[in-house]
Design a protein around this ligand. Structure first.
Ligand code: NAP
Length: 223
C-alpha cells in the first residue's frame, strides 16, 4: 500500500492484517518519480515478484479556469496523470519481460467531456484514460493486462467537500466491492454505476455545439 500519510497506512494495515496475509506500506508521493522507483525496489526486494498494481491515488478539486491556475494544473497532472505514468514507466518493461502482469488504473467518467469548474480534474483524467487505453493496446501482445476503472460519484473524503449535486453517489464499500469483482472478472474497462455510465455515453455523442450550450448550465457528473 502506497500513499503519503503513513499514519493512515499504519492503521489500515492493522485493520486488514490477518495471520495469512503480509501487508507492507510505504510512504510515497506518486508524483515524484524517484519515490515511485524506490517503492518499486522495496516491494520487488521484499516479495520477489509483482503480479498486480492498482494505481488509485488521485486528487479532485473544483477549479476555475478564469483565474490563474497553472500551479493547480501542474499539481493535479503530477498526481492523477504522472502518478500513473511513473509506474507505467517502471512496470510496463518489467511486466513485458516477465510475460505477465496486471496494471489497473483508476480514472473517472469525468474524462468524457470538459465540465465547467472541473477543467483541470477532467483533463487530468482524460489524459490518464487515454494513456491507459494506449497501454492496453500495446501491451496485450506481451501478456500484460491494462485495465481502466472509471467511477462515478463515490462517497469518500474527496467528495465530502463538494457542494454541487452528486447524482447516484455510491457508498465507498459498495464501490470497492464492485471494483474488486471487476478486476477479478478480467474486464478491460469498468465504469459504474450504470446510470452515470449511460449519462456519460449520451454526453460523449452530443455534437460540440449542443454540448457547449448545455455545459454553460453547469454540468459536473463525476469527481
Ligand atoms: N470519489 C469519487 O467520486 C471519485 C469518482 C471518480 C474517480 N475517483 C478516483 O478514485 C481515486 C480514489 O479517490 P477517492 O475518492 O478514494 O479519494 P480520497 O478519499 O481523497 O483518497 C485519495 C487517495 O489517494 C492518495 N493520494 C493522493 N495524492 C497522492 C500522492 N501524491 N501520492 C500518493 N498517494 C496519494 C491519498 O493518500 P494520501 O493523502 O495519504 O497520499 C488517498 O489514499 C482517485 O484517483 C479519484 O480521482 C473518485
Amino acid at each position: 500500500m502506497l500513499a503519503r500519510n503513513s499514519e493512515r497506512l499504519a492503521s489500515l494495515k492493522e485493520e486488514l492484517s490477518t495471520s495469512t496475509n503480509k501487508i507492507h506500506f510505504i510512504s510515497c508521493d506518486v508524483s515524484d518519480y524517484d519515490q515511485c522507483k524506490a517503492a518499486y525496489d522495496i516491494v520487488k526486494g521484499e516479495f520477489g515478484s509483482i503480479d498486480i498494481a492498482i494505481l488509485n491515488a488521485g486528487i479532485g478539486l473544483n477549479s476555475s479556469l478564469s483565474i490563474p491556475h497553472r500551479e493547480v494544473a501542474i499539481n493535479t497532472m503530477g498526481i492523477n496523470y504522472f502518478g500513473i505514468v511513473n509506474f507505467g514507466h517502471i512496470l510496463f518493461p518489467y511486466f513485458r519481460e516477465k510475460g505477465s502482469g496486471e496494471f489497473i488504473g483508476v480514472s473517472s467518467m469525468a474524462d468524457v467531456r470538459g465540465f465547467e469548474g472541473s477543467g483541470i480534474y477532467c483533463s487530468s483524467k482524460s489524459a490518464a484514460s487515454t494513456y491507459l487505453e494506449s497501454a492496453r493496446a500495446e501491451l496485450r501482445r506481451y501478456g500484460v493486462r491494462v485495465m481502466t476503472i472509471k467511477p462515478g460519484f463515490v462517497d469518500t473524503n474527496m467528495t465530502k467537500k463538494n457542494k454541487h449535486p452528486m447524482p447516484f453517489i455510491m457508498d465507498a464499500t459498495k464501490a470497492a466491492r464492485l471494483i474488486y469483482k471487476a478486476i477479478n472478472g478480467k474486464k478491460n474497462s469498468y465504469s459504474f454505476p450504470w446510470q452515470t455510465r449511460f449519462g456519460s455515453y449520451l454526453l460523449s455523442i452530443l455534437p460540440d455545439t449542443v454540448y457547449d450550450k448545455l455545459a454553460t448550465l453547469r454540468g459536473d457528473i463525476g469527481q
